[in-house]
Design a protein around this ligand. Structure first.
Ligand SMILES: Nc1ncnc2c1ncn2[C@@H]1O[C@H](COP(=O)(O)OP(=O)(O)OP(=O)(O)O)[C@@H](O)[C@H]1O
Ligand SMILES: [Mg+2]
Length: 511
């Protein structure tokens, strides 16, 4: 039993009990798990004679109901608890009771009365609900406990009792359990019933199915979005300093390094010119480190669809920590926190931003934050303070060697033949172009050629290059500002270009 109370939720409940709260609000989904937990809390709190009564609108108090006074009505249930002996060592779970608060002000009153009636006694009442529906006027009387998600070992226990689990090697079961962190035990039960049916599935297929299911659930329940596998570092042209930084840390998020207590990098911030691969690099880290990529959608946090922004943010980061290890991608920080206004003195969303800073400092090291920013001058200086991010990288417009690499990658990706291109010449023709613009020129070339039913070639690309004015020409001033700002604040993601522009590689066949 003491082992059970290692459980974080139980510890939170105990804190409320020690403060003599008689009414609790339990926020969570898994009712079976909730009941098991409360039974063990009751025994540990009261000793062996402690017990749990459970009420629901469909069964009343079940066998404990008095046939002469049925309690299917929530008000009657509250009245019944209130009339009971408050010296009895018991806990009462009233399932879903908060769902009636909106429609029934008398019930809200009933719960307040119950609080005054039970205060100082031994009976404790738990109102459970998967949603937070706590009326303002009850906030002072009710102790709120949000159930933690099942731990890896709870998930493993649940998996082990699913039919078909015996056919699956124990270490595979363990990895599947790790992949399922973040799901409720009911969800684990349903998903494993499907996955363990019939002939055992290959592990990779099983893990992919788990990721897919988890992605859907995360999206429904929080402001997190699980991304499908992303391009690898090899798909990024140039940015050699950045890639090396990522590669040299690839093993740190393994189980072994975790057990050996190697300190983990907390996060990285990519700043710089639009279209130079900031978002792409953030995503590629997940692939390089073999971790799931999850995006924190700040516009959803601020939208109010998931409760107050403070609540939505706290919940999203908590879930992120519970399903770690992962790369948490926070894109365009200045927009995310409302610092993007062009008006001077834009304060941004100060509350959420300071929660973010605190969280960055306190978070579980197994959540690696990959953040990006464009208009960095607008971000408050404290974000850049040492210790918040392990490294700040500046992504500049690609140099000639990098443009060559980027061209090579995109020509190949779009099915072009490298022998039809003189990459040195093309790299020289795209000075001042961002990676995104180069990609766009290749894409347009492909479309032009497709209309004529042939493979695209260098001439198609060059035609598109000539027709386009790169952003850097129209935004010269802005880019200069960014550069002078990051100078000495961040390290360059690129290595300096090799001297002698044409020597960067063997020239490919001429046009
Ligand atoms: N170094 C690069 N190598 C290969 N492709 C690149 C590179 N940089 C940019 N690209 C291409 O440009 C696309 C856009 O890049 P990305 O979205 O990462 O830029 P960004 O810096 O996040 O821009 P923004 O600030 O506008 O969001 C990428 O998906 C990729 O296809
Ligand atoms: Mg981006």
């Amino acid at each position: 039993m003491a082992g059970r109370l290692e459980n974080q939720t139980a510890r939170k409940i105990l804190r409320g009990l020690q403060s003599h709260y008689p009414v609790f609000y339990l926020l969570g989904w898994d009712e079976d798990r909730m009941e098991r937990l409360l039974r063990s809390v009751a025994r540990s709190y009261y000793g062996e004679d402690g017990h749990l009564r459970v009420w629901s609108a469909s069964h009343g108090f079940g066998a404990d109901d008095d046939p002469a006074a049925p309690t299917a009505d929530p008000l009657a249930a509250v009245a019944r608890v209130s009339a009971g002996p408050d010296a009895e060592p018991r806990m009462v779970l009233l399932k879903d009771l908060p769902t009636w608060f909106d429609a029934n002000p008398a019930l809200v009153r009933g719960v307040r009365d119950l609080y005054y009636r039970l205060k100082g006694g031994r009976t404790v009442v738990f109102l459970s609900c998967p949603l937070l529906k706590l009326p303002e006027i009850l906030k002072k009387e009710v102790f709120l406990v949000e159930m933690d998600l099942p731990t890896e070992s709870e998930v493993l226990e649940q998996l082990a009792v699913t039919r078909g689990a015996q056919e699956i090697p124990r270490d595979q079961l363990f990895r599947v359990a790790a992949g399922m962190r973040g799901l409720s035990l009911n969800e684990v039960g349903h998903l494993s019933a499907r996955l363990f049916r019939g002939k055992p599935m290959p592990e990779a297929e099983m893990l992919a199915a788990v990721q897919e299911e988890k992605g859907q659930i995360l999206r429904k329940e929080s402001c997190l979005e699980l991304y499908p596998p992303q391009p690898s570092l090899d798909q990024i042209g140039g940015l050699e300093n950045l890639k090396e930084w990522v590669r040299t840390r690839a093993d740190l998020f393994s189980e072994k390094a975790w057990r050996d207590k190697v300190p983990l990098p907390a996060g990285v911030l990519f700043m710089g010119v639009s279209g130079c691969g900031k978002s792409m690099a953030a995503k590629a880290i997940a692939t390089a480190w073999n971790l799931p990529l999850v995006r924190l959608d700040m516009s959803l946090v601020l939208s109010g669809s998931f409760g107050t922004p403070e609540y939505a943010f706290a919940r999203a980061t908590r879930i992120a920590e519970e399903i770690a290890p992962m790369v948490l991608w926070v894109d365009e920080l200045e927009n995310a926190f409302g610092f993007d206004s062009h008006a001077a003195g834009s304060a941004g969303n100060v509350n959420i931003f300071s929660s973010f800073l605190t969280w960055l400092q306190e978070k579980s090291p197994r959540v690696f934050v990959a953040a990006t920013a464009n208009r960095i001058q607008q971000l408050p200086a404290e974000l850049m303070r040492k210790g918040r991010f392990d490294q700040l990288f500046f992504l500049d417009l690609p140099n000639v060697d990098e443009r060559k690499e980027i061209l090579r990658i995109h020509v190949l990706r779009h099915g072009g033949h490298l022998e039809d291109f003189n990459l040195n010449y093309m790299a020289a023709s795209t000075e001042g172009w961002s990676g995104a613009e180069i990609e766009q020129a290749v894409k347009s070339a492909r479309i032009d050629a497709y209309r004529e039913d042939r493979t695209f070639n260098q001439r198609d690309v060059i035609r598109n290059v000539i027709d386009t004015v790169p952003l850097s020409r129209t935004m010269m001033e802005q880019i200069r500002e960014i550069k002078s700002w990051v100078f000495q604040r961040a390290i360059n993601a690129s290595r300096p270009e090799s001297s002698g522009k044409g020597d960067a590689g063997p020239p490919k066949a001429a046009e």
